[in-house]
Design a binder for this molecule. Sequence first.
Ligand code: C2O
Ligand code: CU
Length: 482
Amino acid sequence: LYLPTPTRRAFLASAASFAAGALFAGHGIRSAYAASVREFRLKAAPANVRLVPEPYDKTPVWSYGAEVPGPEIRVRQGDRLRVMVENGLDEETTVHWHGVRTPNAMDGVPHLTQAPIAPGETFTYEFDAVDAGTFWYHPHQNSTVQVERGLYGPLIVEEADPVRVDRELTWILDDWRLTRAAAISDDFGNRHDLMHNGRVGNTVTINGRVPERIAVRAGERIRLRLINAANARIFGLDFADLEPIVIALDGQPVTPHAPADGLVTLGPAMRMDLIIDMSGRPGSHATVTDRFYQRLEYRLVDLIYDETALRDSAPDWPLELPANPLAEPDLGTALRHEVTFNGGMMGQMVMMEMGGSMGDAPAGGMMANMMHGEGIWFVNGKAATGHVMDPLLTVAHGRTCVLAMTNATAWHHPIHLHGHSFRVLSRNGLPTAHREWQDTVLMAPREKVEIAFVSDNPGDWMFHCHILEHQAAGMMGVIRVS
Ligand code: C2O
Ligand code: CU
């Protein structure tokens, strides 16, 4: 699985790094990659960055390379990445390559796939970029705090044959809970956040800045890579008169289509690649609004058109991206597993409604847990709050697994599986329009979602809600592929 042949183009493009690659060949790198090893360094450490414009102060953050987001890691599909991560924090950390199908030992989950990186230490991650697409990296250690304080960055894997556009932009969306002095509020892990929406902030940034305006040109075609790096905020972007076309979800190509309801909806950790033709008049502007939470709409950013047009009408270049090498689920032989999510505020009512279908943990035990604050969210009746976790389920290598998931809570949950991408088969019993590949699927309150994947990547893989406060309060488990 991890040895795709580099394409001719990727091979030529990396000719410059050939000498370096030859040098690594003696250190256990597979020779197929000798020509395309790409090295990066990340140092996690405290820094001060300008999130909000003056006269506010800079904000003390934790970040990679003293900037938020951390440096863009950009490689070509088929390249091997080697990333040296240095821990300049006062606490342990790790890096998880969200959405990237790495070998298990490179997945960055402390106490499950590696020992945490101690302060002052360096850990080297090494894996092949098997899939092209929009990914991101973030710690998997104390992530409610570490991600919220600014530790995250984009990981872009370019296709050998990308779609043609005039310009490519990446927007990493985040929200922050800032004090009046523009410092990060340190009320981490408060019970209200844990039991409700998670830590939704009061300040939204694009690429680490409160956005004001972005210059565009009439007629230009933009590929916009959106990444939601927020702990908890779900975005629902309205591009006004523009008509964005979704070409990839979570890095994986999808049949190009207009977003449902005209809203570009992105739960935490999700990504979306959009093609946007700038159809406005020169000198005009378009406002992007976030409408996800009712009555909490706000203007995210203004797109300001230059006085001169690039072209008069949209180009007719094709929109389809080449598929990634994902194994196709075989539903005929699939193993089917039920997964039920419970808990949170109003969970008690849900428990009573659900009656006996709670799995093997008695509802009384869950209530007692919730009261004592040990676990608030449950996967098949268990709240996982410790380090070492027995697998929620074990599946044989190379099988098709269908997870029939029920969100029995009153809240949204972006459910993420490590090490695999899955097809989203159905929602509330209705087949999805595009059988989209995702690694994080947003489930609405009470929604049922079926996903399918081929368990072709051996190891212990986290399966959790990516509202990080929900994860910390129990909403996670391990899926073992053995
Ligand atoms: Cu974005 Cu378990 O991770
Ligand atoms: Cu959740």
